[in-house]
Design a protein around this ligand. Structure first.
Ligand code: GLC
Length: 639
């Protein structure tokens, strides 16, 4: 089994020899970062000189679309973010120099207040598979594919490369890694989870935090974020932002599995999750995470000893009963330190000042929040210099990580079927079909240039190679014919057909496949079934490549194929797939990090679910195996 080997290399594992915590209750942990007395004294001095308005400005995080640099100065803002699809000047093709110019403007504004001690603003962004917001940045496979690589060292290298991409734009904080343990295929954020196996999530948590943060103080380091705390991947029926009904032991051992190593690796921020937790077995409803003092203050900061900052999610406070997106004393008192209030930040500041003045929020809580924010900023050396003084700032070449991404693509694809068809010999004449063959959007998925990954043309990416282009490079343009729908072409004229099918991009709840809809690729994307029917059984082998953010029922598609590759969401470097499909120089090593369902209503991996391919499954050229015809249970209209 790969996982024990995977974990064997992780230094500092628990006495049990692995990263996992097997206790039924929360472990007791301490911050891995020794408290720096001089730093703490400096923090106390800065705090003592701050007015209430300055403190509340420091705990507020607007989106760049709703705040100017001068407002950062006037309102003493401590942090800003660019949500998915927010670019300097709202120009999708903004060059890195436009990003650094805006970063410099915000930084200088934050250092020009009338405060006794200036506090630099910190800018956060979602670089969840490379710096997704920036045109020209190499995009890596999404987490679901990286999980199939079973390679923490690869993930650490991706973290290093991502940090450099982000520093090239003058940004110092990344809202990654996502540490969700995805348990239901319906969930629209399944692809942001590394695995349904907590051991893989735990191993990758440590790796990605080390990769992103490095020593926290270098030109190529960024502050990382363990998210979304806690239980985002286990909501009932996979409803995004829904209710997790796990028993305490399951929450402690499975959904928190990534947090223990992330905290031990020194992650400096934790993002609170939208979901709620209702421990139905114990009859204890903790409610929304954004309002849970028990989970944020008592467990995360108390038992687990987290001494960095806790940030809310985008308008997440409004989901707390009795709260609004611009006002939530419950969330402040729960222990959240920094509030992602993208648009209504002025009202939030006024309301929270009033909360303190009128006794709904104790000043000690605000002081704790500001202390933690200052501690993270001092640890990351943000007080020492302008983030645009970094050796990477403004250098577009730092966005390039194509070789690493191509390696990651090769390692993350999983061969589910191969009836002796692959690898294709060089020079073969190939018909390529399918709407995903020439689509960087379908190849990269959500969080790519835009939040949803939609409204993008191939040219918008400025870099990247579709699988079609990669096949033309590898086989020779004259040997590759493309027909998106296979109409008007005769497959019999070719040596092989490559069908590139897939989901269209989505992010978050837009990707939910809500019950009782079946999770069957053919019913969700009928054009893919149609194109396979058009080319299958014509006496020419058919190789199918599937882009998807989740495992889904595909037995009907696999039966129409002579080879079938689960490519997940590979990112910009389609050449990594051509490396596997042609020539045999590179073999498949990917192994499923989620079980693959054998029926359209099997949305999980527990009892009652039909599993077609177990977690850990994957074929290779070195270990070939023939696949019998798969059962094709009727796909119901509702599960
Ligand atoms: C989103 C996501 C979170 C992301 C944040 C900022 O709603 O839940 O993962 O970091 O907003 O874009």
């Amino acid at each position: 089994m790969l996982v024990p080997l995977l974990l064997a290399g992780c230094a500092g594992t628990t006495p049990g020899g692995d990263l996992l915590w097997h206790g039924k209750d929360w472990p007791t942990r301490h911050s891995p970062t020794p408290r720096d007395a001089a730093m703490e004294a400096r923090i106390a001095r800065i705090l003592a000189g701050m007015t209430l308005e300055q403190k509340i400005g420091q705990i507020t995080q607007p989106d760049i679309r709703s705040i100017t640099p001068d407002e950062v100065r006037r309102y003493y803002i401590g942090s800003i973010l660019n949500g998915g699809g927010a670019w300097p000047g709202m120009k999708k093709d903004a060059p890195v120099t436009a990003w650094t110019a805006l970063s410099d403007a915000y930084y200088r504004a934050s250092m020009s207040t009338d405060m006794a001690v200036q506090i630099p603003v910190i800018w956060g962004t979602d670089a969840v598979h490379g710096h997704g917001n920036v045109a020209g940045a190499t995009l890596f496979p999404h987490n679901i594919g990286l999980g199939a690589a079973h390679d923490p060292q690869l993930v650490e290298r991706i973290g290093r490369a991502t940090a450099k991409q982000v520093r090239a734009t003058g940004i110092s904080w990344v809202f990654a890694p996502t540490l969700a343990v995805g348990e239901n295929r319906r969930w629209g954020r399944t692809y942001e989870s590394y695995s349904s196996d907590p051991a893989i999530v735990a191993a990758y948590a440590r790796a990605m935090v080390h990769g992103l943060q490095g020593g926290l103080t270098g030109d190529g380091d960024v502050v990382a974020t363990a998210k979304h705390y806690l239980g985002d991947g286990g909501t009932f029926d996979g409803v995004d932002q829904g209710e997790n009904r796990a028993a305490r032991a399951h929450m402690v051992q499975v959904h928190a599995a990534g947090y223990y190593p992330a905290l031990a690796a020194g992650v400096q921020t934790v993002m609170v999750s939208y979901n709620s937790w209702n421990d139905t077995a114990a009859g204890t409803d903790y409610g929304k995470m954004h309002g849970s003092r028990a989970l944020v203050a008592d467990v995360l900061k108390g038992r687990l000893g987290f001494d960095g900052l806790v940030v809310s999610d985008w308008n997440g406070i409004q989901q707390v009963p009795g709260c609004a997106k611009d006002h939530c004393p419950q969330a402040v008192n729960a222990g959240i330190d920094l509030f992602m209030v993208p648009d209504d930040w002025k009202a939030f500041i006024a309301n929270t000042v009033a909360d303190v003045r009128e006794g709904r929020v104790p000043m000690a809580r605000i002081d704790d929040a500001v202390t933690r924010i200052l501690r993270v900023k001092l640890r990351a050396r943000l007080f020492d210099r302008n983030p645009n003084a970094s050796a990477y700032a403004g250098h577009a070449e730092a966005l390039d990580a194509r070789d690493l991404a191509r390696e990651a693509v090769r390692k993350s694809a999983v061969l589910l079927k191969n009836q002796g068809v692959l690898p294709l010999a060089p020079g073969k004449r190939v018909l390529v079909v399918g709407s995903s063959a020439d689509s960087l959007s379908n190849q990269t998925g959500g969080w790519s240039l835009t939040w949803q990954g939609t409204e993008n043309r191939n040219a918008d990416f400025k870099t990247g190679t579709t699988l079609l282009a990669a096949l033309r490079e590898t086989l020779g343009t004259a040997n590759v014919t493309y027909s998106e729908d296979a109409k008007g072409v005769d497959p019999g004229k070719y040596d092989a057909v490559i069908a590139v099918i897939g989901e269209t991009p989505y992010a978050e709840y837009n990707g939910d496949v809500r019950a009782p809809k079946p999770v069957a690729h053919s019913s969700l994307h009928p054009a893919d079934l149609a194109v396979l029917k058009a080319v299958s059984g014509k006496g020419v082998p058919v190789v199918s490549v599937l882009y998807s953010g989740r495992p889904a029922y595909t037995n009907d598609l696999i039966n129409l194929s002579d080879a079938f590759v689960a490519a997940f969401l590979p990112g910009t470097e389609g050449e990594g797939l051509a490396d596997l499909l042609v020539g045999g120089r590179t073999d498949f090593t990917g192994r499923l990090s989620f079980a693959w369902p054998g029926s359209a209503c099997s949305t999980g991996e527990g009892p009652g679910n039909v599993v077609q391919f177990a977690r850990g499954y994957g074929l290779s050229y070195a270990r070939p195996a023939r696949t019998n015809a798969l059962a094709e249970p009727a796909v119901p209209t509702t599960c």
